[in-house]
Design a binder for this molecule. Structure first.
Ligand SMILES: [Zn+2]
Ligand SMILES: [Zn+2]
Length: 258
């Protein structure tokens, strides 16, 4: 399979190890049609974009796309913040974006202290390869679902990485609202069993992303490809390979509301 576009990458505006321009230079080398730069949202305690740099971040992405002849998407990888499904982005900030990614990151500033502690508990359980307690799984599932319901999320990143949710329920919600599930080239996140259940019990569509933090890794989705082969995910369910590009919901939302 051939990657058409990579929708998840980082630069040194958050925890990436390169300039924005280096990611676009690599995208051109790889022959990608589009690249989304998606540094971490403002609420990430360790690696979040700084508000004072947000304007420069957007400008650099647009300029780099022009320079290297690659369609540039200004994006952000926002944080799931809690059971209310809130996101910490103003309308003005949203209006500067082209694509909206959201994922669970334990180092975020959560809605409530309980959301923060539950995030860490889920992380500990996943890390120790224990099965998450029922209440915890229900809680994490609700966090994901409320976020996808309330906001025009294009891609849910690395579902169940360092946390437990009911992956099938989350995927059903994504299918209902037109949010893509990412299969990550950087992290093992869904188990083969979880992915198999998602494929067989939901209509959700997928994108493959590298989540590259340096140019050498851009477009590398081999980890996801190996899992797709093991599980037998039909390639027709993946919308950013072999010349295809997804229809994202944030672009529609922006046209109508921002
Ligand atoms: Zn992430
Ligand atoms: Zn990321």
């Amino acid at each position: 399979m051939q990657l058409t576009a990579d929708f998840h990458s980082h630069s040194n505006f958050s925890d990436g190890h390169c300039e924005v321009e280096e990611q676009f230079a690599r995208a051109r080398e790889l022959g990608l049609r589009a690249l989304a730069l998606t540094d971490h949202g403002f609420t990430h305690r360790l690696a979040g974009l700084r508000k004072k740099h947000f304007g420069a971040y957007c400008e650099r992405i647009v300029a780099a796309g022009k320079k290297y002849g690659v369609t540039a998407l200004v994006g952000i990888e926002e944080n799931v913040l809690g059971r209310e499904g809130s996101l910490a982005l103003s309308e003005e900030e949203l209006s500067k974006l082209d694509i909206l990614l959201v994922g669970c990151h334990v180092m975020s500033r959560h809605e409530r202290f309980k959301d923060f502690t539950n995030g860490w508990l889920a992380f500990a359980e996943r890390y120790l390869r224990l099965r998450g307690g029922k209440g915890l799984v229900a809680d994490q599932t609700k966090c994901y679902i409320q976020t996808v319901r309330k906001h025009p999320v294009d891609i849910l990143t690395h579902l169940n990485y360092r946390c437990f949710s009911d992956a099938v329920e989350v995927a059903k919600c994504c299918a209902d609202f037109g949010t893509y599930l990412e299969l990550s080239g950087r992290k093992n996140h869904l188990s083969d069993g979880e992915l198999d259940a998602i494929v067989n019990h939901t209509e959700v569509r997928f994108v493959l992303d590298s989540d590259a933090h340096r140019p050498e890794r851009l477009g590398d989705v081999s980890l996801a490809e190996a899992q797709i082969a093991r599980v037998g995910v039909p390639l027709r369910r993946i919308d950013n390979i072999d010349g295809r590009l997804p229809a994202f919901r944030f672009a529609e939302y922006k046209k109508r509301n921002l």
